[in-house]
Design a protein around this ligand. Structure first.
Ligand SMILES: Nc1ncnc2c1ncn2[C@@H]1O[C@H](COP(=O)(O)OP(=O)(O)OP(=O)(O)O)[C@@H](O)[C@H]1O
Ligand SMILES: [Mg+2]
Length: 515
């Protein structure tokens, strides 16, 4: 009992921010849920980023959901990657059931259903407003990653992008990149780029072209084009509630490289376009990256460097980023070190690798008077997590095993009809649904090639005219005919002599043999 009191006192002291906060749930000690030990996350600290980790089915996605819901109520817009297509239910108030009632009771807060403003986006355009980006905004490093280029080939792409920028050429979709690559492989283009930027080998161009075509064959080309997504649309608010923008990539699950790179590029654009705001009472936007291991798997050093840089710098723009993945060890140390708020769901220790990951994860937690960290991590139930966040002074809070509050909206997808109604009813869907192609900045390349061809043809014509006039000035038509006839005779004569020679040699050999 004394232990419980000490626990409640410590948790309450550690998790009572002065400003607005998100209520995550209540502390658990020795198997008891202690409703008084409220666990809160200060909105002020959400731009210090976070990690939500845990084995499959332990409640990670619903933790994302409950945080997103409360951000929306606090008038903070949210962007979420919906990998499995099971977050659209956020739009619809949940219905109570025994499990939810019980959870509410345990926490001393009755379940209160609510729906939220949701915008649906999709990369293919099939499951929401198409979210497109221009190739030149995407940039060579990201394009190189989705094309699976090596460093040399990515370097060539960088040169290509630089050239386009210097010459005022827009690269809007993949056709534009192909056109520029083809142009720079012609003698005119090659000479032009060689002078200012160095030679591009034909084989590298061909490889890049081949990979672009392969990407197009998988229908990935549609993510590039216009109208490009305007990042300011992520900051919408409706009736004092932040809009939750969901990017549903359930139809692109087999292309993790594509959607994870696309998202990183979106973050990059946020970072490049938003003004510095310093520390604020609440974030301007929170970005949730579910299934984040897909972002880090097989990433090159350059790409990891880019993630690390964006995460580090976007904080001062008022944007928080929360990664959600199975094991904390999925996240590289340089990024992990910047994730101040940690919500760790249960871990399993089935295999030696699991045990190793468990040990490593436990080590990253501050010491606790109340728990044996490794033991707690393996015994948490669904919808429970071991938490430590940053308090308003930026100091890590007391580690606490937490029984999480339930989300208020439906925990799953909307039904097909409601889903389509939500998509089609959105003004943003109307804004983005049709792709337009009106890039004429590259016409100059055609003109240059046409001019070059015309010049070559003119030069060729001038040459043959000169030849013709040379021969007509020295010979009469009769003389020309006579010359041509003697040339033909001459050729026939040579052939005749060669035949004669062969016959003589053959007869000589034949004589010898007969001897
Ligand atoms: N906070 C919560 N309140 C009520 N129920 C919850 C909560 N968290 C999780 N659950 C229950 O647990 C189920 C699994 O949770 P969830 O889908 O979030 O797991 P996950 O860790 O994201 O799994 P996966 O790794 O497979 O994506 C939910 O469908 C829900 O029924
Ligand atoms: Mg999940």
């Amino acid at each position: 009992m004394a232990n419980q009191e000490a626990f409640i006192e410590k948790i309450t002291a550690s998790y009572q921010p002065k400003g607005s906060f998100i209520y995550l749930g209540a502390g658990i000690l020795e198997g008891h849920i202690l409703a008084e030990a409220e666990v809160n996350l200060a909105l002020k600290m959400m731009n210090r980023h976070g990690l939500i980790a845990g084995a499959t089915g332990t409640g990670k996605t619903r933790t994302l959901q409950l945080i997103a819901e409360q951000l929306s109520v606090a008038n903070v817009p949210v962007f979420m990657l919906d990998v499995k297509g099971d977050l659209s239910g956020l739009h619809q108030a949940g219905t109570s059931n025994a499990a939810l009632e019980e959870r509410g009771e345990a926490l001393g807060k009755p379940f209160s259903p609510m729906g939220f403003p949701v915008e649906l986006y999709s990369l293919s355009g099939a499951l929401g407003a198409p979210m497109r980006l221009r190739v030149d905004a995407f940039g060579p490093v990201f394009l190189g990653r989705i094309l699976d280029l090596n460093e040399t080939q990515t370097g060539v792409l960088s040169v290509l992008f630089q050239y386009a920028e210097d010459k005022g050429l827009h690269l809007i979709d993949l056709d534009d990149v192909k056109k520029l690559l083809n142009y720079l492989d012609t003698p005119v283009g090659a000479a032009e780029i060689k002078d200012s930027y160095g030679k591009i080998s034909s084989s590298t161009s061909t490889t890049i072209l081949r990979k672009i075509v392969a990407l197009e064959q998988q229908d990935i080309g549609v993510i590039f084009g216009e109208p490009a997504f305007d990042i300011h649309d992520l900051f919408e608010k409706v009736d004092g509630q932040g809009v939750i923008s969901l990017l549903n990539i359930s139809d692109l699950q087999s292309q993790p490289l594509v959607f994870s790179t696309f998202l990183l590029s979106l973050l990059d654009q946020l970072f490049s376009n938003l003004p510095e705001v310093g520390d604020q009472d609440k974030p301007k936007l929170v970005f949730f990256f579910d299934e984040a291991h897909l972002l880090f798997n097989g990433a090159s050093k350059a790409f990891l460097g880019k993630i690390e840089q964006i995460v580090r710098l976007i904080r001062s723009k008022g944007v928080g980023v929360f990664f959600c993945t199975q094991a904390a060890t999925d996240v590289p140390d340089t990024v992990l070190g910047q994730l101040g708020n940690r919500i760790q769901h249960a871990l399993r220790a089935f295999t030696p690798n699991d045990a190793e990951a468990l040990r490593k994860t436990a080590k990253t937690y501050p010491r606790s008077d109340f728990y044996e960290i490794e033991q707690v991590l393996t015994s948490l139930g669904t919808g429970q997590a071991l938490i430590t966040v940053l308090n308003e002074k930026g100091v890590p809070t007391e580690v606490v095993a937490t029984h999480l509050t339930p989300p208020r909206a439906v925990m799953g997808p909307l039904d097909a009809e409601a889903y389509q109604a939500l998509v089609k009813g959105s003004p943003l869907y109307a804004k983005y649904k049709e792709a337009v192609t009106k890039n004429n900045t590259l016409d100059v390349l055609d003109e240059r090639l046409a001019k070059q061809k015309a010049e070559e043809q003119a030069a060729e014509a001038a040459k043959s005219r000169a030849r013709a006039s040379r021969s007509s000035s020295t010979q009469t038509p009769m003389e020309a005919m006579a010359k041509s006839a003697s040339r033909t005779l001459g050729r026939e004569g040579v052939k005749f002599l060669a035949k004669l020679g062969t016959a003589i040699i053959a007869s000589l050999i034949g004589t010898k043999r007969r001897k």
